[in-house]
Design a protein around this ligand. Sequence first.
Ligand SMILES: Cc1cc2nc3c(=O)[nH]c(=O)nc-3n(C[C@H](O)[C@H](O)[C@H](O)COP(=O)(O)OP(=O)(O)OC[C@H]3O[C@@H](n4cnc5c(N)ncnc54)[C@H](O)[C@@H]3O)c2cc1C
Length: 309
Amino acid sequence: MLRQALLMLARSHQVKDIVTRMPVSSGIVNRYVPGEHTDDAVRATHDLIDEGLHVTLDFLGEDTLDEAQAEYTVQAYLDLLEGLSHAGLARNAEVSVKLSAIGQALPDVGPKLATENGRRICQAARHAGTTVTLDMEDHTTTDLTLGTLRELRKDYPETGAVLQAYLHRTEQDCRALAYEGSRVRLCKGAYNEPEDVAWQDRHDVDKSYVRCLKVLMAGEGYPMVATHDPRLVKIASALATRNGRMPGTYEFQMLFGIRGDEQKRLASAGEKVRVYLPYGEEWYGYLMRRLAERPSNLTFFLRSLISQK
Ligand SMILES: Cc1cc2nc3c(=O)[nH]c(=O)nc-3n(C[C@H](O)[C@H](O)[C@H](O)COP(=O)(O)OP(=O)(O)OC[C@H]3O[C@@H](n4cnc5c(N)ncnc54)[C@H](O)[C@@H]3O)c2cc1C
């Protein structure tokens, strides 16, 4: 209930105006987003790699209906990849891309433009010596995104996909993507989805997550286990062992600012751990999704809002 209320609140222009007037340096923002510029992102990546972690970077922005904005996002990724390469970080840091940020939602030309833009980012990533993972957005875009993934994988088979365990279709999608060389990030799912396509009860989502994990761990691909849920982390480790997988033939992924101690604990136990690091000026939607996942953050958030007025 609270989660849905927060996700609805996130769409209010008034709330958005107040929140986006907060500086990125305010505690509630920079807990989840280290900064707005390429330099901030490269610096934070450097620090995480120093701690034995891997990184995937997301230039924040989504649902672009403006071709110039899509181009701006592509340029930001090209700039970032060059920055990572110059800093010698590209071996341990890749990028995550939302297709709606690079044009997918534009009328008529959207999917074609997003695929072309995706190709440019994949090319730059390969040149830098790293990879791209396509984030997954709400269920109305799942088929389009998987279609773009298929196109990109023809030339860039290293391109990663994301599947969301809350969708009824995902176990089947896992089967289709569990082939050799296929990098698949499994997450629970962060959008407010209707019950005809997604499980609403968190126990059903968790059960689906485990069924999907079983398929990915038993398959030939490279599972990327994206969760902070301690039970699922344990189950993933057990399934990896049961399937004879060594660390490095799969990885754990967690978000920047969430369960940092657990990220370091897993890494020092020999697991490969990648931190999802978002940056950029468009941090509002991302921040609201993180707050909606964790209603106990609400008091802190409301206090920050009141002190802005
Ligand atoms: C690397 C990565 C990439 C992702 N990519 C996508 C994507 O492409 N598409 C998509 O729809 N979703 C994506 N997500 C988000 C994901 O779908 C979930 O919404 C999010 O990870 C929370 O689910 P959970 O598995 O951590 O489980 P939960 O049951 O939500 O959380 C488990 C525990 O983690 C801690 N925790 C979780 N969230 C927070 C928080 N915000 N603040 C503080 N503590 C918290 C708490 O201790 C909680 O009890 C991604 C997540 C990760 C980690």
